[in-house]
Design a binder for this molecule. Structure first.
Ligand code: AKB
Length: 317
């Protein structure tokens, strides 16, 4: 049985991953941390500690206190906010990861760290293989590529059991994303149910990889539990579920809510980031090395999103 510490545990992924892993490993075996304590069912449900990931000493103390053997390191600034605050992004995304890896080296912990479709840039093939050119133009991308390399280094050099995936844009109804380029694909569902219309900041025809959160949670769990002898890669596995442009998600919503309408007011900063990212990731390595396969496509995700979001929004009225 693992004892897991999650950083950034009250963010979009952390909120749902904490609950998922507490069900899998037991509530007291999943210690959720975040830089601030917020009102959240996750805080009430089990162990919670405040942790700034750039504070390696405090992380080491928590690891000792709770007998942690695995760190799921989710704390990071997302692409749009990182572009607005590049110095903070460097500190949180890269120094934070370095602190986690150092504590893992000293205490022989396993570490899971997500990378992103943001680890690619203009010179990457648009249909993106596992191993390819990575010259991102954003600070987010710079920290993600460096993070992938650091995790590989700590495995090869110090034997730290590092693993990770490249997440597409994640779509969920429990917690909102904050400051990403793919956030529109979550906001659109809220707008469809609240007002029946949405002004999209990303231009028509812009393809990006996306994934529904249940698939993303399962990916983390399956890779954490994967047989290490089968892993040729360790970190930064491409994983894919669906690739769509704004007009495709709008059409999928219209199938459920026929009166929904969408217009465009393109945000140039977000658009430049989106244009530099892949259209579609190839995930053959993840399929071959640990059996990865997504379950949700755009249609099944849209049905499930609307079904689950509707009662939540009704409660908050
Ligand atoms: C973002 O848009 O920054 C994230 C990501 C794809 O890494 N959702």
């Amino acid at each position: 049985m693992k004892t897991i510490l999650i950083t950034g545990g009250l963010g979009q992924i952390g909120t749902e991953l904490s609950t998922y892993l507490r069900q899998a490993y037991g509530t007291n075996n999943v210690i959720v941390t975040d830089v601030v304590k917020k009102d959240s069912p996750v805080v009430e449900a089990g162990p919670f500690e405040q942790l700034d990931v750039t504070d390696g000493k405090r992380l080491a103390e928590l690891v000792d206190r709770y007998h942690v053997d695995t760190v799921l390191h989710l704390a990071a600034l997302l692409s749009a906010v990182a572009e607005a605050h590049p110095q903070a992004a460097y500190r949180i995304n890269l120094d934070g990861l370095f602190q986690v890896l150092e504590v893992a080296r000293e205490k022989q912990l396993a570490v899971f760290t997500p990378s992103s479709i943001g680890a690619f840039g203009d010179s990457t093939p648009k249909v993106t293989p596992q191993d390819t050119i990575q010259r991102p133009s954003t600070m987010y991308g710079v920290t993600k590529v460096a993070g992938e390399l650091l995790c590989d280094y700590y495995f090869r050099r110090f034997g730290v059991d590092t693993r990770g995936v490249r997440f597409p844009g994640l779509i969920s109804y429990e917690a909102l994303p904050g400051g990403g380029t793919t956030d529109y694909a979550v906001e659109i569902y809220y707008a469809a149910l609240k007002t029946g219309k949405y002004v999209c900041p990303i231009a028509k025809g812009t393809l990006m990889d996306m994934m529904y959160i249940p698939d993303a949670l399962r990916a983390v769990h399956e890779l954490m539990e994967a047989d290490p002898t089968k892993l040729k890669h360790r970190n930064a596995f491409n994983i894919a579920a669906m690739s769509f442009a704004p007009e495709d998600i709008a059409a999928a919503i219209q199938e459920e809510l026929p009166s929904f309408t969408m217009s465009y007011q393109v945000n140039p900063t977000l658009q430049a980031i989106a244009d530099s990212w892949p259209d579609k990731l190839e995930d053959t390595a993840a399929r071959e090395e640990w059996g990865w396969k997504a379950q949700y496509d755009l249609k099944t995700m849209t049905k499930d999103m609307l079904k689950n979001l509707q009662p939540r929004l009704a409660e908050t009225k």
